[in-house]
Design a protein around this ligand. Structure first.
Ligand code: PEP
Ligand code: MG
Length: 306
């Protein structure tokens, strides 16, 4: 890793000509919070809450959850922290919530679909988040995974607002939400694009199967066009759009995402330095031009060296 990458650590993410792109961390377990701060994260763009549920045979209580959220929020005073509602199902099955007999779990009960079937789990988690916010006065943003369209976005946003949560958003992981992005932008406070699942569903390739691994790349122009639809809707409706999937951690692809108009990038803490450097080395116009070349398919399929 270059010295330059480390030198930029204390600085907020921005292009060479000063267009700001918030660089946030993905946090999957409480320990990751320290790594995030060490690598200069400006906040948390994706807190995966599954870890709390995976080890227990039933849903953790409101009190237990509140404690865990407060601990996280206290690590990031006055910084944005995006917490994702439980994403049970498919690649993250939970014994007490996920049906065993689904022939295609990725197309089954997962994310918000699971939560709608288990309203108590949904309500308890929102209650714990609302309590944690009151105890810390943090800049808390809450989002639901696997939101299909504006109806589901509206359903979740109204539940979050009723609990007093200010910023309530939807993850964009299903192609349908990209196609409906303009409608979604009218009801959601923000959208965060999960490129791992968005790629899986756009290319119909199971993210857990090595045999279709070659389809699992957000460099595919179809995935980039879906992202552009969401970024354009965000711009038109003044709604922040972030990316929190693996794509954000690739310094070149991160630049393409910036060029597409994404406002924040969230990634594993170790990826932050190189992405920050890559963005700082280019102007927004350069990123825009790279994005336009990527959209037209210039970088896909990847060229195999001779
Ligand atoms: C994604 O799908 O890109 C994402 C960030 O969520 P997860 O990988 O946890 O499904
Ligand atoms: Mg996902």
């Amino acid at each position: 890793q270059s010295d330059r990458a480390r030198l930029l650590r204390g600085k907020p993410g921005a292009t060479k000509d000063g267009v700001q792109v918030a660089l946030l961390a993905n946090v999957g377990k409480p320990d990751d919070a320290d790594a995030a701060l060490e690598h200069g994260a400006e906040g948390v763009g994706l807190f995966r809450t599954e870890f709390m549920f995976i080890s227990s045979a039933e849903s953790p209580s409101v009190e237990e959850q509140t404690k865990a959220y407060v601990a996280l929020l206290r690590h990031f005073p006055h910084r944005k922290v995006v917490i994702r509602m439980l994403d049970a199902g498919a690649d993250k099955p939970l014994d007490f919530l996920t049906p065993e007999d689904e022939p295609n779990p990725a197309l089954g009960l997962r994310g918000l679909r699971t939560l709608r079937e288990h309203r108590q789990v949904l309500d308890d988690q929102l209650e714990a988040l609302a309590q944690a916010k009151r105890q810390t006065e943090a800049d808390l943003w809450v989002m639901a995974p696997m939101v299909a369209d504006e109806h589901e976005a509206e359903y979740f946003v109204s539940l979050g607002k009723a609990k007093g949560i200010e910023h309530v958003g939807a993850m964009a992981e299903i192609p349908s939400i990209a196609l409906m992005a303009d409608e979604v932008a009218k009801v959601a406070d923000f959208v965060s694009i999960g490129t791992n699942d968005l790629t899986q569903y756009t290319l119909a390739a199971d993210r857990t199967l090595a045999s279709v691994g070659q389809y699992q790349t957000a460099w595919h122009p179809a995935v980039l066009r879906a992202i552009k639809m969401i970024a354009d809707a965000g711009k038109a409706h003044d709604m922040p759009v972030g990316v929190c999937g693996e794509a954000a951690a690739d310094p070149d692809l991160a630049l393409v995402l910036v060029g597409l108009g994404v406002n924040s990038l969230s990634m594993a803490p170790v990826a932050l330095d190189d992405v920050r450097a890559s963005i700082a080395e280019h102007t927004f116009e350069e990123a825009r031009q790279l994005a336009s070349r990527a959209l037209s398919g210039e970088f896909y399929p990847p060229r195999i060296p001779d």
